[in-house]
Design a protein around this ligand. Sequence first.
Ligand code: ZN
Length: 243
Amino acid sequence: MRYAVLSDVHANLEALEAVLEDARRQGVEGLVCLGDFVGYGPDPNACVERLRDLLVAALVGNHDLAALGRLDARRFNLFARAAVEWTREQLSPSVRAYLEGLQPRQTFEGMLLVHASPQDPVEEYILDWETADDNFRSAEFSVCLFGHTHVPVRFAHDGVRTYVFPLAPSGAVKLERDLRHLINVGSVGQPRDGDPRAAYGILDTGTRSLELRRVPYPVEAVQAKMQARGLPRPLWERLSEGR
Ligand code: ZN
């Protein structure tokens, strides 16, 4: 099966539509979302409504939990908190109920899916080698897909050492069976690796491989909506720089 793996959509409907169209053209058969449907962006309800019936696996993220009032938004910086508070007022009862039914971790096709990390599925950021190494040693999994950092990356562990590899849109990467894998497919709605294009992954369980995809979308249209909704300037400015 070929699955599109999406994470950190963050209420960016234009980026989501571009990713869904690309995934359709790539012939994916199912969709997975690793959480943070909402927060930051201008279209929280529309993004959840668009995705919910398409997903074969879905996680809740820290921004979703904060928008539901189940995680203290004071843990966020000022701008993220302003966006979460705005989002909380927007959520429809049906979208709220859907998000409330999700967990931050689940197993799927023999893999572990987490929003943040295997040892802390809600909040830990796996940004470096040491944190990845800690997670390989503290949790049991063969392949784990995670989101939360908005930075595509691949870590592998051979039982002794942890290795870090960049994850770029340059073809499918084989997930060798003699290694363990921790993979971040980047963010659909707010990339932070210097590339403003939406990111997602295509996981092929038949060939045991994963391909990162980057998809351009009309960033200015989202920025105009965010401005019109009164969302903080730094949150819409960062979209054109992918940071
Ligand atoms: Zn996020």
